[in-house]
Design a protein around this ligand. Structure first.
Ligand SMILES: Cc1ncc(COP(=O)(O)O)c(C=O)c1O
Length: 433
């Protein structure tokens, strides 16, 4: 298993942030989400230090859908990251974390009237409009509240990025944004740009997630800036911002070879500066919205092995005390992971196992084939690379309480989210009388 961030092996035990995971189990129990705080900060600094330009401002907006809670947003705020939210709940969390609303953008393909109202009431910096119905709703709300709002339009340049179909977002039939080839898009942009209640600052695009080939991002930038030029030439609409979204791929297993972010970001900026110069655009802000690439490798999930079961046929199962409730990604899109027995780090592999969760679903398999030392009940099984879209996508299926989230750094641990209790599970239930 690849060791990420501050992971170290000491005396056959795995340590993260200088804390042994055995100690974390003793203190917080399992399953447990562990976040390597230094690793997250280092990743954020790579983005902040390398995506910079003398020609225009650059905004790094953390896509909080990947992992959102008061602790991580407090840290993101301190680092100077902008923030992207996609729901009233994410916005609420950001505001409670003390985020400056001016630094927040609201996304979503079907923002509810209440969510738009909440964004306007709280003076959110920008709303990324997805389609005409939303524009009409937003314009009406802004007029009623007598509040001008800065907006971008989400556009779709028709790029089919090489990633899982569920996380491709700019195929021509995508549910997100407006196609740059569709005449309706030009009509919408003209209406938005002349609307007295909207300030159309620019355009936004997000081509998908877990993209490992950087050429797709260069293609996206070329199409987006050319589109900005077309709006200027054909409609005299001058944009000041282009937001290129997130999607930068990460390592899950050896099959994923992500590009070097520092090198890529410097190259990306260079290409964007060239485009802005060549097309003679007066762009003031270029934004990106990394989620997975910022948080994923900082996160691991720690489980306790319950039993090792040899079925009548097939590979043996290692049963863990979590599963698809804390990590739905393998069941949702065949995501693959590495793993280790965190209390036997230097033992030789003894067998090939399947790692199965405790949910009543045959599909609740976290890993289909992994070589591990001989596993025993009570062992610690750790799956790294679970920082993004794990806690964020967790559920209470089978009435399983969500695990706690703990941050570790310099030998200390900080509880960020308490483990849910059975009482939490029935908090909103009403008894049948
Ligand atoms: C609009 C938008 N921006 C940013 C992101 C973050 O993507 P990633 O986590 O792949 O960086 C997403 C993810 O779906 C998104 O929809």
């Amino acid at each position: 298993m690849k060791l990420h961030g501050t992971m170290k092996i000491d005396n056959n035990q795995l340590l993260i942030g200088g804390v042994s995971v055995e100690q974390l189990r003793a203190e917080y129990g399992t399953p447990l989400y562990i976040i390597d705080q230094k690793h997250f900060v280092d990743k954020a600094k790579i983005f902040l230090d390398n995506f910079r330009s003398k020609k225009f401002q650059t905004h790094i907006s953390y896509a909080s859908k990947a992992f959102s809670n008061l602790y991580i947003l407090g840290l993101a705020k301190e680092l100077g990251l902008f923030l992207d939210v996609v729901s009233g709940g994410e916005l609420y969390t950001a505001l409670k974390a003390g985020y400056d609303p001016e630094k927040i953008s609201l996304h979503g393909n079907n923002k509810l009237p209440d969510e738009l109202e909440m964004a306007l009431t709280n003076n959110v910096g920008k709303i990324i409009v997805d389609h005409r119905t939303e524009y009409t709703l937003l314009s009406g709300l802004a007029a009623r509240k007598q509040k001008k709002i800065k907006v971008l339009l989400r556009v779709n340049p028709g790029i089919t990025a090489d990633t899982h179909a569920y996380i491709q977002t700019t195929k021509e039939d995508s549910k997100f944004g407006m196609s740059i080839s569709d005449p309706a898009t030009f009509l919408l942009i003209q209406d938005m740009s002349s609307d007295p209640w909207l300030e159309l600052e620019g355009i936004h695009c997000h081509i998908g997630s877990q993209i490992l080939n950087k050429d797709f991002f260069f293609e996206e930038a070329a199409l987006m800036f050319s589109f900005a030029r077309k709006l200027l030439d054909d409609y005299s609409i001058k944009l000041s911002e282009v937001n290129l979204g997130g999607g930068f791929g990460v390592y899950y297993t050896k099959a994923d070879q992500p590009f070097n972010y520092a090198e890529f970001l410097a190259e990306y900026i260079e290409k964007i500066e060239e485009l802005v110069t060549k097309l003679d655009l007066s762009i003031k802000i270029v934004s990106i919205e990394p989620g997975r690439s910022l948080i994923n490798s900082s996160g691991s999930t720690l489980y306790t092995v319950g039993a090792v079961k040899q079925p009548y046929q097939g590979k043996p199962f290692v049963f863990v005390d979590g599963g698809m409730t804390d990590n739905p990604r393998p069941a949702l899109y065949q995501a693959e992971y590495e793993a280790c027995l965190a209390n036997r780090m230097e033992d030789e592999p003894a067998d090939n196992y399947r790692i199965a969760g405790k949910c009543c679903e045959t599909g609740d398999i976290l890993i289909h084939d992994i070589a591990l030392p001989k596993a025993e009940p009570g062992d610690l099984l750790l799956i790294p690379g679970t920082g993004a879209y794990n806690y964020a996508m967790s559920s209470n299926y089978n009435r399983i309480p969500r695990p706690a989230v703990v941050f570790v750094e310099d030998g200390q641990s900080y509880l960020a989210v308490k483990r849910e209790t059975y009482e939490d599970l029935i908090r909103n239930d009403q008894a049948y009388l």
